[in-house]
Design a protein around this ligand. Structure first.
Ligand code: NDP
Length: 465
């Protein structure tokens, strides 16, 4: 009982909350310190409000598509302030659920900014939520977990103070008619889909020839083609922003290819960096990597063995379910005397664009480096669009290792891709062979049945070709 707590978690995001709850369920005395957002980025300014915005943005097309099915539905007007208010109310509800969930688990909650006084002691200063300056508190912990997440990174260019990031996009007082989004990763594509779906014109500016670097090349091309089909998103490829100049109510975004994009709003979706400032990590000698991430071993231990880091601060795969898996495994190991395994080799991924993208396993390029692979492709317009004016393609790509016949990659662009992919990810993660997929009876009529009816090898790729 030398310390106030067996475990202190800094940061009440997805990973931190899971770690705290599981540790408490194993009987540990646990505290969580949170500066601002109970539930962290995912609940407040990430996955959850983003998905609500994606839902909001999809109704527009559904109204148009309904005409092909005999409806005379008239497109309405989207009321942004009402929507944001409803979204905020839901987020508040979730904040309270997180707080009560932790309290019910017996976790002690501290609202404020934590910094290390020494390697077992944290100073907790006033919260950014409170106007009143409270006395600093000091608490000690036998084990301390850093789970403070990440924040958006703005490009270092002239006029970047005019640009917003996803943090602000969730709280805009009005929807911009025109918006220039920089980047072509998860956040750029998801918000391009959201704003375009709600009626904005989007200029998508990125430095690659096709979006989503890191994804399979055919998937990237399919997404590029899907965007080209739309009239509400203009792609400015191989382009890099140089400066932003304010002109009255508008902004002029100068690109290195000579173009000037005139817009109501510039949005940087150019990556994120770990939230580590003010923690005083230097004082206790925590080691950081090149991107400012905390360096940990496979047990999430920093250089100081009783201080751990999980989630975006270690910059492994920065996804909510990964942080949750890490927090759970750490709590089980420290207090439950259990080893909890997760399959980090096969992490399913989704980008909630319209059409959405789901992906697991190796890209064709990665797989071919390990040996010859059979590529199966299906590219079709799903039944949903047989009666509609709008035609949206579904693109499915399966990568099969030739020698073992295991499915090592599965990538989908199209309606419901993330939902399909989550189910099939179990099969891929389990190392099932193509023959097992073939033996599985399809569900008819669905798009997903294509995954178990891929018959023709489209091509064979190996590292030689
Ligand atoms: P991403 O890493 O996905 O994308 C960053 C984008 O910014 C890329 O297009 C990148 O270009 C571009 N970029 C970076 N630096 C520069 C630069 N100096 N100049 C020009 N362009 C630049 O990051 P996001 O911000 O979109 O998202 C952060 C992370 O959050 C994601 O990686 C993901 O882990 C997570 N996330 C997950 C979601 C989901 O699961 N659906 C949703 C949202 C976020 P290039 O490709 O050329 O490097």
């Amino acid at each position: 009982m030398k310390y106030d707590f067996d475990l202190i978690v800094i940061g009440a995001g997805s990973g931190g909350v899971r770690c705290a709850r599981i540790a408490a369920s194993h009987g540990a005395r646990v505290a969580v310190v949170e500066k601002q957002y109970w539930g962290g980025t995912c609940v407040n300014i990430g996955c959850v409000p983003k998905k609500l915005m994606v839902y909001a943005s999809n109704f527009n097309n559904q109204v148009k598509d309904s005409h092909g099915y005999g409806w005379d539905t008239v497109p309405g007007h989207h009321h942004w302030p009402e929507f944001i208010e409803a979204k905020n109310k839901e987020i508040k509800r979730l904040n309270n659920i997180y707080i009560s969930m932790l309290e019910r688990a017996g976790v002690n909650l501290f609202t404020g900014h934590a910094s290390f006084k020494d390697d077992h002691t944290l100073k907790i200063s006033s919260s950014v939520l409170s106007d009143e300056k409270a006395e600093d508190k000091f608490i000690t912990g036998k084990h301390i977990v850093i789970a403070t997440g990440s924040s958006p990174t703005k490009l270092d260019i002239e006029g970047n103070e005019y640009a917003i990031t996803s943090d602000e996009a969730f709280y805009l007082s009005k929807r911009p008619e025109n918006i220039a989004i920089i980047g072509s990763g998860y956040i750029a594509l998801e918000f391009a889909g959201i704003f375009a779906g709600l009626g904005s014109y989007v200029d998508l500016v990125y430095r690659q020839p096709v979006p989503l670097r890191g994804f399979d090349q055919d998937i990237r091309q399919a997404v590029y083609d899907a965007i080209e089909q739309r009239k509400d998103i203009i792609q400015h490829v191989k382009a890099h922003p140089k400066k932003i100049i304010k002109q009255g109510e508008q902004y002029h975004l100068y690109l290195d290819n000579g173009e000037v994009v005139q817009t109501d709003c510039v949005f940087f979706a150019t990556g994120r960096h770990p939230n580590l400032s003010g923690l005083n990590l230097e004082k206790i000698g925590i080691e950081k990597g090149k991107k400012g991430e905390i360096i940990v071993n496979e047990d999430f231990e920093t250089r100081i063995p009783h201080i751990y880091a999980i989630g975006d601060v270690i910059d492994f795969v920065n996804l909510t379910p990964v942080a949750i898996a890490q927090g759970h495994a750490l709590a089980d190991r420290l207090f439950g005397n259990k080893i909890r395994k997760s399959n980090y080799d096969y992490i399913p991924k989704a980008v909630f664009f319209n059409p959405p993208i789901g992906s697991i396993g190796l890209t064709e390029e990665e797989a071919a480096l390990r040996g010859a692979v059979d590529i199966y492709i299906s590219n079709f317009t799903s039944m949903r669009y047989s009666l509609t004016e709008r035609k949206v393609k579904t693109f499915i790509k399966m990568i099969v290792d030739q020698s073992s016949q295991k499915v090592v990659g599965l990538h989908i662009v199209g309606d419901d891709a993330p939902e399909m992919l989550q189910g099939f990810s179990v099969a891929v993660a389990a190392g099932l062979t193509k023959a097992v997929f073939d033996e599985t009876i399809g569900i008819h009529p669905t798009s997903a049945e294509e995954i178990v009816t891929l018959r023709q090898v489209a091509r064979v790729t190996d590292k030689q070709n």
